[in-house]
Design a protein around this ligand. Sequence first.
Ligand code: CMC
Length: 427
Amino acid sequence: MPEKAELRIGNETIDLEVLEGSEGERALDIAELRSKTGFITMDPGYANTGSCESSICFINGEEGILRYRGYPIEQIADQCSFIETSYLLVYGELPNKEQLDNFRESIRYHTMLHEDFRLFYRALPKDAHPMAACSAACAALATFYPDSLDPRDSREIEISVHRLMAKLPTIASYAYNHSVGQPFMSPDNRLSYVGNLLHMLFATPCEPFEVDPVVEKALDLLFILHADHEQNCSTSTVRLVGSSHVNLFAAISAGINALWGPRHGGANQEVIEMLQAIAEEGITGKDFVERAKSRDDTSRLMGFGHRVYKNFDPRAKIIKKACFDVLQRLGVHSKLLEIAVELEELALKDEYFVERKLYPNVDFYSGVIYNAIGTPANMFTVMFAIGRLPGWIAQWNEMHQHKHKIGRPRQIYQGPTARDVTAIEGR
Ligand code: CMC
């Protein structure tokens, strides 16, 4: 492996340092390119730009590999809980029993929201999208808990991390409770992390509520599969916003907003709406796939395609299998699942999708599970956000542990060159 690469611009040659990752990916260090040559690099969408070195998550898109801290996603999904996975991402190693118990206890301790949050939610329209409510509530944590905002104080960071992990399910549930006009359900700390979320979402004060272990396990698995995915749009947002040294709550709130978009986490809501529209309008799978390919139609096959995975998305494989298992255990016959399977089969044989290496991604089947367990479509992306939280936290933490600059890309200006302002009468 060369330690340096040479770049020739006109008659001038400069050396660029070569960086190599622990899995053999290589990068050219161009940090000093502009100061040495006057040139910047252009890479809209950052498809070929490394923004950091990281030891949290490894993806090989060509081979469909995903690992958290070196552990294959298949093993984590099979052997760990979401809370263990969160500990692994945030602290770097799998916890022993005592560490796990302490982590779990600390999170349990922080599940309640300040009572005035109820007023905060009541001020929102009932049909407010829960992602907007969650991101606003997350930013508002900084106003309720100003004692843990300093991103350079390790004790304050620890408190905010545990607060955020504990409170996001409560925040999410309050958003849902408000949207359906039901009382805000307080957490029940005897339950597991996921069990508590289900309780706050679906219990009411007047009826007994039992957490269904099949649903609890399915949701735990979905959260594990969503827990981190290196420098995707929302994670890069958390890092970019966090690079200004704003507090963790504000950076995560920005990440929630980034995740909301339909090209990112919002795709899970769009997938189920697409499947429902196909079912209700009686469109054939074949016609829909044709529509998704058409240049003059803006509808894409939602839940298909990925910037990094060009072979298969390992999360989608696990979710598809879980989808069949969960639906069978719950005794649910899903027309939507049948349509999804048909669309997948058609697309995987279609030249358009094959040529562009478009495969089902994590969002393709997850919505069918959320739907089967009674989650309303506008809460799907909120579920994704709860799952992604430990990854965002780990990435934010890692950035603060390393020397880093404020995130600040450059541009090539293409606007008017200098000109004089004319008085308003003359314009
Ligand atoms: N349906 C139809 N065509 C597609 C699709 C799709 N789902 N995805 C990509 N294409 C086409 C696109 O039109 C383009 O064609 P052409 O080269 O002829 O112009 C080509 O494939 C490349 O697309 P791109 O948008 O340049 O690719 P990208 O790597 O920038 O985007 C993506 C990746 C995920 C945004 C995109 O595949 C997409 O919009 N998929 C649907 C939305 C979705 O499922 N998002 C969830 C992503 S995974 C979870 C997450 O990150 O949250």
